[in-house]
Design a protein around this ligand. Sequence first.
Ligand SMILES: *Cc1c(COP(=O)(O)O)cnc(C)c1O
Length: 348
Amino acid sequence: MTPRFRIRPDLADIPAYTPGRSAPGAIKLASNEVVEGPLPSVVDAITGAAAGGNRYPDNGAVALRSALARRFDTDVAHVAVGAGSVSLCQQLVQATCADGDEVVFAWRSFEAYPIIARVAGATPVPVPLTADHRHDLDAMAAAVTDRTRVVFVCNPNNPTGTVVSEAEFEEFLAKVPADVVIALDEAYFEYNRQPGLPDGSRLFRRHPNVAVLRTFSKAYGLAGIRAGYMLADPELVTAVNKVLIPFSVSSLAQVAAITSLRADDELLARTDGVVKERDRVRNALLDAGHEVPASDANFLWIPAGDAAAALAEKCAEAGVLVRTFPGAGIRVTVTTPDENDAFLAAFL
Ligand SMILES: *Cc1c(COP(=O)(O)O)cnc(C)c1O
């Protein structure tokens, strides 16, 4: 189709980000959200901020960045915030890549990475996962060239739930030039239970090229409010702030995040229930003969291949929405026992 406007021709080939499905009354296990709403104290803070909605938010997000700096025992200069951590993923790419520069990531991994790279005019360099659905860090290190600007390491990996160990990550860092930015995407960090996994909030101090990305959308339950953060070298913080859309972290998001941080204990206690359920659901799937990699996130990956679409449709007919990757697999969010039982009944 001939475009009617002077739009970048390459945009026609870039797929739009596909969000998880939702439908009225359906059980939504397609977007890795938590079931419980924000805590009452958080809703109060959001409501209070709404009354001041005529004023612009603090573009420097000083109160939120200070709260995060205190939490991680670092300086505010090491903290950036964005409208969700996907915004910070995009900002990192925009701040580092010009046309033809390369962005390396595992595949399959977070679907936003290739889109973000292409929107920035960069070249996506996907590196296949290993046969056991894990990052192939050796191959990723080997894929780094003079043009590489950013390497995304998603840990735990979305959608497979698999992890890299701290030792593996350190070995990888030693192979990558120290001026290539390593974006350690820890959107599901709070669901990790294995010992020996990297903790970006410690690692960025030792490795100045590591930028750790975390979010309030998942374990903190604020997906609809939009707040995420990055811990990194001040030079990287300054760079991502240059490409931040002014005022994109709303005043509601800023107070919601601050208040949620204060109620941390209560929010993180919810992750224990999900972790327990994660084992139960996985075991039920394994018992039924499905392959399901061990997951350290709030979702499970069923590499069903060509059967994925039909299985997802079967679930949808029973009112349970999962995330389908046609030809590859199904990702299902683990939530409460009732919802998980509904999924198992629909799926098995
Ligand atoms: C959910 C998710 C994010 C962040 O989402 P935001 O809502 O933008 O904070 C980042 N990376 C991965 C891999 C995710 O799954």
